[in-house]
Design a protein. Structure first.
Length: 165
């Protein structure tokens, strides 16, 4: 009878240890899940911000808008105002709209001239239906107007890119 009680006590000890072990494993898995979830959310936010920066860079180096020096050398951070105005007419064509959608997806891209006078040029406007978040990236650029006969041909502006999720 004493041996039977010893066996029961050892069985209860084993069950208690296994129970505690599984509780600790479950707590560890819950903690890991919490950290992993927050890391995935942070990575998602980083990718969303990176998408806005990528669109800004694409616009900055588009041959359709870039200022050129001489034959084909591009000026950095420069947008040609004459090309910008002409691009508005091209955007009426469905083929160009599809081309820009492939480049920018759901986004708004505008150039705001801030000096010498304020003006706004819309490059691309395609907001996502039922969007939940927007990421905006401002980017300072120089605007060049070759046709300007009086005064300085260079102006200052800000490239605004809004990407929708």
């Amino acid at each position: 009878m004493i041996e039977k009680k010893k066996g029961q006590v050892r069985m209860m000890e084993t069950l208690a240890i296994m129970f505690i072990f599984f509780i600790l494993v479950a707590m560890g898995m819950g903690t890991y899940y919490g950290f992993k979830k927050s890391s995935i959310i942070q990575e998602r936010e980083d990718l969303f911000a990176k998408k806005a920066i990528d669109v800004s860079i694409k616009v900055s180096f588009m041959p359709e808008l870039a200022c050129t020096r001489g034959e084909a050398e591009l000026k950095s951070n420069c947008i040609d105002v004459n090309k910008l105005i002409h691009l508005k007419d091209l955007m009426k064509d469905k083929e160009f709209q599809d081309y820009f959608f492939d480049l920018f997806s759901y986004a708004n891209v505008t150039v705001e001239q801030i000096y010498p006078e304020k003006k706004e040029y819309v490059i691309y406007e395609f907001p996502k239906p039922n969007w939940t978040e927007v990421s905006e990236t401002p980017f300072v650029v120089v605007l060049k107007d070759d046709k300007k006969t009086i005064g300085n041909e260079h102006r200052f502006g800000v490239l605004h890119v809004e990407v929708f999720r």
